[in-house]
Design a protein around this ligand. Structure first.
Ligand code: SF4
Length: 417
């Protein structure tokens, strides 16, 4: 299939529109995009365009990113060396400067290895950097594993695997990201493409032990690529606050969010009341409009609060980042119990000789998981007592910490946190 036909992407007109906008922000720039940024970029294109004096730092940082890099390095090593067992992960943890996260890296790598063994790919290309240019967009991504399989009919199927070490709920459905990987693989092997070539993108979420799978034909990928410049073009004015803000490098100083907050405060502080007259509410469209707007805003605020609460409750003693750059730190909550992962695993292993298979369920050590595990190993009739005694011992030894009922949250700036 001719490259020119499939990859012609009309972006010139979008760039002209950007140049025509009277703003100090919008201008024609080359967008360097990674597949993992695309879901956010499409939800709010404004997040891609820095002001003249602004540098948007898009890369994740911190321990979570370091753990992810270490796990990817372990799994790449396993794939390259064709190992069936995990190597010692300590050097990988040290290389990423997170030696205290060795246990977490080992567990996530173990799950990755298990998945690889269940989905063998002897001729896979490992950690391959792929690039494609779509007009002014430079799309670049490193796929963990790419495997081309030729069927007896001569048709090729391409499997693209990308391990995820974050939580699945954090990244949403990642549909755009997966499509981007499909397109990058397509663009890198045009000589193998026929109309019935299949691209199967798999994201194994190691922490959740789930796999997202999407399948594309070349025609679908080309259509997506042709539409991408339009979807990430920005008019220099429109901001779309929403879930994407959580991952946006501009979140602390975003004029769009500030505008939304101001409008929300204004609408919510409007005290016009709908007063019934002789048992009937007035047919006043302006007052009804305000009331509906207030109700919507309140619903949005409550939904946001509940979403944040769920995150906080799930990681008892954890933190919730606010769009202002501050953090809510939940001190405690009713009935919470947190277990120290490394020590808990060592203890359980010492008590019952925990096998690797059993270890997999303790990716994040939860009280219920430990209770279930002890219950499964206890003698008949001993289950309840053994669970109670083990957890009491863990508490005494400082491995399990129970939270007091939640009475307050702290809001601190990220510098203080
Ligand atoms: S903070 Fe939200 S609204 Fe503002 S640019 Fe980023 S994603 Fe868009």
């Amino acid at each position: 299939m001719a490259r020119g036909v499939l990859c012609r992407v009309p972006v010139a007109q979008e760039i002209e529109i950007l140049e025509g906008v009277q703003t100090d922000i919008a201008r024609a720039i080359t967008l360097k995009l990674r597949p993992s940024e695309l879901d956010r970029a499409i939800a709010c294109p404004a997040s891609l365009y820095p002001r003249e004096d602004e540098i948007l730092i898009r890369s994740e940082s911190g321990d979570a990113a370091a753990v992810g890099s270490a796990v990817h390095a372990v799994l790449a090593h396993v794939a390259r060396e064709r190992l069936t067992q995990l190597p010692d992960v300590e050097p990988f943890a040290i290389a990423e400067d997170v030696p205290d996260k060795e246990e977490e890296i080992r567990i996530l790598s173990h799950i990755g290895l298990k998945w690889m063994n269940e989905h063998p790919a002897t001729d896979a290309a490992v950690e391959t950097l792929l690039r494609a240019t779509l007009g002014e967009i430079e799309l670049r991504g490193t796929a963990d594993r790419i495997t081309w399989v030729q069927q007896a009919s001569g048709r090729w199927t391409c499997y693209i695997d990308d391990y995820k070490t974050g939580q699945k709920s954090d990244a949403g459905l990642a549909r755009q990201q997966m499509t981007a990987y499909g397109y990058l693989a397509f663009d890198s092997a045009l000589d193998r493409i026929s109309p019935d070539t299949l691209f199967i993108i798999r994201l194994p979420w190691l922490r959740d032990q789930e796999v997202s799978v999407l399948m594309f034909t070349p025609a679908e990928l080309v259509e997506w690529a042709q539409d991408l410049p339009r979807r990430v073009a920005w008019d220099g004015q429109t901001y779309t606050p929403g879930d994407a803000c959580r991952w946006c490098p501009r979140v602390a100083e975003c004029p769009g969010r500030a505008r939304l907050y101001r409008a929300s405060i204004e609408a919510l502080s409007d005290t016009t009341e709908l007063v019934p007259y002789e048992g009937q509410l007035p047919a006043d469209p302006t007052a009804w409009g305000r009331a509906i707007q207030q109700a919507r805003l309140l619903k949005g605020l409550i939904d946001d609060f509940l979403k944040a609460s769920v995150t906080a409750v799930e990681v008892a003693g954890g933190e919730v980042a606010l769009p202002t750059g501050q953090k809510i730190i939940l001190k405690s909550r009713a009935g919470s119990a947190s277990l120290d992962p490394a020590t808990t695993i060592q203890r359980l292993r010492a008590m019952w000789g925990l096998s690797d298979e059993e270890l997999v369920q303790f990716v994040s050590v939860k009280k219920t998981g430990v209770e279930k595990f002890i219950g499964a190993h206890a003698e008949r009739g001993e289950k309840g007592k053994l669970i109670e005694a083990t957890l009491a011992q863990f508490e005494e030894d400082g491995i399990l910490k129970r939270g007091a009922p939640a009475r307050w949250v702290d809001i601190v700036s990220s510098e203080e946190a």
